[in-house]
Design a protein around this ligand. Structure first.
Ligand code: SF4
Length: 360
């Protein structure tokens, strides 16, 4: 970084006071400078914002707080209701962990969100980043944070040209994040670093000419900001093929099943889904999978879904049955009407399947 860290913090906070986005989990514009948002709101927003854009999170945040206005409400909520409120946001372990964290806050911390990074880290699913964010933003505790935006900004300010995802570089970034943290307004300072990364010091084409801290930036001085951080090496993610078997019973009922209690989309519900075996599923294949005699399955569409480490290609079939017997129960399965489906948390690909069914 060029110049003093004190001057840098002053410039950054001045810009933040002028330009920050008004977001529902922040204090309202015009509030006193040392005002802090509600710790529970910060905890919820930080869980939602991991891997997810601000614009996507805002309506989920409002709805979540309507359903679970306090830590106690979330702690005592049914897990299925919490997953239902999270439906469509993805990465559902965040929702499960948030509920478990709320339970730990109620049972071990008297219902109050811990105010230190160490205390927060003792909660289920709370890592170094979230602990630092909640401690600093909700309590102005002296806690640094490093997320993707902050890592990129510090790399450019300090002209660090190694990959910020490498262990050694990451350790350097945490050390620097602590060194540049001012004594006061730590929450606003951390938020302003993230805000700068999200709106000005963006991954591609950073807007250095309007940047409030360009005078402090080592990368800009050397005109190397576009190559910091180095591009991520493209990695081929595996593509998994699945057949979705939408079995339709009497009176517009549909057969759904609950996913296992661990792993991807744990505990959520879906239309019966099987690994593709290289050919179109026959009525016999569906009967083998469900124990229910059906008519010939009809292909109604395809759905793709990409996650960080894998991609899915779903072929979606509908098959009718007059066989009203209870389904085979190696997994919990149920017959539900389409309106009853609203009560069950479905992973995003199965929401796409539901839309296909609605269009039939
Ligand atoms: Fe980022 Fe450019 Fe500002 Fe440096 S001058 S912090 S590269 S936007």
């Amino acid at each position: 970084m060029i110049g003093s860290e004190k001057d840098f913090a002053r410039s950054l906070l001045k810009w933040y006071d002028r330009s920050r986005r008004d977001l529902p989990w922040r204090v309202a514009p015009g509030s006193p400078k040392d005002a802090c948002p509600h710790a529970y709101h910060v905890l919820v927003s930080e869980a939602m914002l991991q891997q997810t854009q601000v614009a996507t999170v805002i309506p989920y945040f409002h709805r979540f707080l309507e359903l679970f206005p306090t830590i106690g409400d979330l702690a005592s909520a049914d897990e299925q209701d919490v997953l239902r409120a999270w439906q469509g946001l993805g990465y559902y372990s965040r929702a499960r962990n948030l509920r478990r964290a709320a339970q730990a806050i109620v049972s071990d911390h008297g219902g109050r969100v811990p105010s230190t990074a160490d205390g927060l880290r003792s909660l289920p699913g709370v890592g170094a980043y979230t602990a630092g964010a909640v401690a600093s933003i909700a309590y102005n505790s002296h806690a640094p944070i490093v997320d993707g935006n902050v890592a990129r900004v510090i790399c450019r300010l300090d002209r660090i040209e190694t990959d910020p995802r490498e262990r050694q570089t990451l350790a350097t970034l945490w050390r620097r994040a602590e060194e540049i943290l001012p004594a006061k307004r730590t929450g606003d300072f951390n938020s302003s670093l993230m805000e700068l990364g999200a709106t000005v010091c963006t991954p591609r084409s950073p807007q250095c000419l309007i940047c409030p801290v360009s005078a402090h930036c080592g990368a800009f001085a050397a005109r190397v900001q576009d190559r910091i951080p180095p591009p991520r090496k493209a990695k081929q993610t595996p593509l998994l093929h699945r057949d979705v078997l939408c079995v339709r019973g009497e009176g517009d009922t549909w057969l759904i099943e609950q996913r296992p209690a661990t792993g991807r989309w744990a505990g959520m519900w879906q239309f019966v889904t099987v690994e593709r075996n290289g050919r179109r599923p026959s009525a016999k294949d569906v009967q083998t999978a469900t124990g229910i005699a059906v008519e010939k399955p009809m292909l109604i569409g395809k759905a793709d879904h990409a996650l960080t480490h894998r991609r899915y290609a779903f072929d979606v079939y509908v098959c009718a049955t007059r066989d009203a017997r209870e389904p085979a129960q190696e997994r919990p399965r149920k017959w539900v009407t389409r309106s009853e489906l609203d009560r069950f948390p479905l992973p995003r690909p199965h929401l796409k399947v539901l839309r296909m069914l609605e269009a039939l």
